[in-house]
Design a protein around this ligand. Structure first.
Ligand SMILES: Cc1cc2nc3c(=O)[nH]c(=O)nc-3n(C[C@H](O)[C@H](O)[C@H](O)COP(=O)(O)O)c2cc1C
Length: 166
């Protein structure tokens, strides 16, 4: 696939299988995330937390219990960006760059993805979730991405148009 085909293929797919992704797929996704630009090159301030299998199922139970809905879309892998930087504008932008690279790599591998702010927010405000994940309190939970094999090709109707000025 050329780059245009990859970015056109990347759409948020919310119909995912909870089957785990193979290690080499996870490695490719991580590699894509690691090659994203981050402010001042401070990669050391960032943690990419990969949640799978029993831990993911336990987290999903907490989320469904606290939110009454599976906002992880039954995914087989959840990746969270944790950041210890103090400048929230920059930590948010770092997360966006990393997660977009991961979503594009997922599209190239035909893996479904959804960028999720909601899941990160829920975890951040859920003592049970933080306890399960043993989140280091010096890191803020910024955002995440739900990943998994697609069980449907259905995506929401969205108009990808941004007003431009010259
Ligand atoms: C910063 C950001 C936060 C998002 N948070 C959520 C979220 O919490 N839940 C969700 O279902 N989708 C979330 N999305 C996905 C967007 O809704 C989606 O990308 C947008 O509607 C465009 O659709 P597309 O991804 O299919 O092109 C988020 C996307 C971004 C960039």
């Amino acid at each position: 696939m050329n780059f245009e085909e990859i970015y056109l293929k990347r759409r948020s797919n919310r119909f995912l299988s909870n089957e785990s992704l193979p290690k080499d797929t996870i490695d490719k996704l991580v590699n894509a995330g690691e090659h994203a630009p981050v402010a001042k090159g401070k990669y050391d301030d960032i943690l990419l937390y990969i949640i799978e299998k029993e831990k993911l199922e336990a987290l999903r139970k907490i989320i469904i219990n606290e939110f009454n809905k599976d906002i992880t879309f039954n995914c087989g892998c959840l990746m969270l960006i944790l950041h210890k930087g103090q400048n929230k504008d920059l930590t948010n932008q770092d997360a966006g760059c990393i997660l977009e690279n991961i979503c594009l790599e997922a599209a190239s591998l035909n893996i479904g993805s959804v960028y999720v702010y909601s899941v990160a927010q829920l975890i951040k405000h859920s003592e049970k979730s933080k306890e399960l994940l043993k989140v280091d309190p010096s890191f803020d939970i910024i955002a995440g991405v739900c990943l998994g094999y697609k069980t449907s090709e259905e995506v929401r109707e969205v108009t990808h148009k941004i007003k431009t000025i010259y």
